[in-house]
Design a binder for this molecule. Structure first.
Ligand SMILES: [Mg+2]
Length: 377
């Protein structure tokens, strides 16, 4: 089997609900959908995303540069192709846009390989379990307390047995008030996670966490700048709260540095940001060697398959307003029952985009500049 063509499309889609945390407001998500066509007729689908920055650059890296390097290659030699492309892309940076581009290709290669074998992705990766527990997750710092409680009620009605809300309002009292309301609603047994989106320094964080100490919290996510490994290690020594992070890390080496520094408890590698399924699995194994569980960032429809294939899976994030399923982007939605998500049964990874429903959001990269200029006015 040989690769015959590589072609990507860019979509700009607003989340179905407003998104705002302690450091960002997200107006549009960008999705880069890459199709790799083979001479056997099998087409693999890969994808990457951004929260609004860099989509056209990622598309150009894939189609203008990587495509030419892939034509004629065997798509089933995933490790060989990953290493080769990573070596080329690495000359222009260690992670970020490069690894996002690599992810779209890697995911498409796994899709081709699984389809060629007639097997679902999680089986190909060595299925460890049939489903994975989920949590409802909100980008919800701007919501009033009543709106926040209504959001959490919605997750409980959907069956989630754990929830995550944003913290980092202007005062600690405000954060505490909101968390007490959420804890009261979900009861003592369900897990409650909080996410500060890199808002604080170590002293600020210690002050804030002391104010929240009466609330039972499962983890504090991204309390500090994502590159402050030493700060996270210090914080971990100073507080009893487990630390979750990884959505802002892009290479296995960054995860290795965090693990070796004893600076993270829950590892939240993002399948698209780290370079795809191949790299995510390596990071999961690295975390397992340090006895740390995986709780990946976002992308529930692809994360469900990799989570069902590892030994150290903890819980799957379901971000309100941003899943492919909620945005109506898929022909078959992610199956969720009783607080668990189930991997797709179809051969391949099963993330089957509905082109007709996505058509209104298709963007010509050449017109993106005009569109961004117009929206900035
Ligand atoms: Mg987060």
């Amino acid at each position: 089997m040989k690769i015959a063509a590589v072609a990507s499309q860019l979509y700009q889609i607003p989340p179905t609900v407003s998104w705002e945390d302690a450091t960002h407001r997200v107006a549009n998500l960008e999705f880069i959908v890459t199709r790799i066509t083979t001479d056997s007729g099998i087409v693999g689908v890969g994808f990457a995303y951004t929260t609004g920055i860099g989509g056209s650059a990622i598309l150009a890296l894939i189609d203008d540069y990587c495509g030419a390097m892939l034509i004629g290659r065997d798509p089933r030699q995933i490790e060989r192709l990953w290493s080769f492309l990573h070596g080329q892309l690495h000359r222009s940076g260690t992670g970020g846009i490069n690894t996002l581009a690599l992810s779209a290709i890697d995911i498409a290669l796994w899709d081709i390989t699984a389809k060629s074998l007639g097997t679902p992705l999680h089986q190909l990766l060595g299925a460890r379990r049939d489903s994975i527990p989920t949590y409802g997750s909100g980008i919800d710092l701007f919501l009033s307390k009543d709106e926040l409680v209504a959001e959490v009620e919605g997750w409980l009605a959907e069956g989630h047995n754990a929830v995550k809300v944003k913290i980092g309002r202007d005062t600690a009292e405000d954060d505490l008030d909101r968390l007490l309301a959420v804890r009261k609603l979900i009861g003592p047994r369900r897990r409650l996670f909080v996410d500060a989106n890199q808002r604080w320094s170590v002293p600020e964080c210690m002050t804030r966490l002391q104010a929240l100490s009466v609330v039972d919290i499962g983890w504090i996510e991204e309390p500090l700048h994502a590159e402050d490994i030493r700060g996270h290690a210090d914080l971990r020594n100073l507080t009893r709260l487990p630390i979750a992070l990884g959505e802002s890390l892009y290479t296995r080496h960054q995860f290795a540095d965090y693990l070796q520094a004893n600076a993270v408890d829950f590892v939240q590698a993002d399948v698209c940001r780290v370079g795809g399924i191949s790299e995510w699995m390596k990071i999961a194994n690295l975390a397992a060697a340090f006895h740390r569980p995986m709780a990946p960032h976002y992308l529930s429809e692809i994360s469900v398959s990799v989570m069902c294939a590892i030994d150290n899976a903890d819980i799957l994030e379901c971000v309100r307003g941003g899943s492919f399923t909620e945005m109506g982007a898929l022909k078959s939605p992610l199956r969720m029952e009783n607080g668990h998500a189930f991997p797709f049964d179809a051969p391949g990874h099963g993330v089957d985009f509905d082109d007709d429903r996505l058509a209104p959001y298709l963007i010509d990269p050449l017109t993106l500049r005009d569109r961004n200029l117009a929206s900035a006015k």
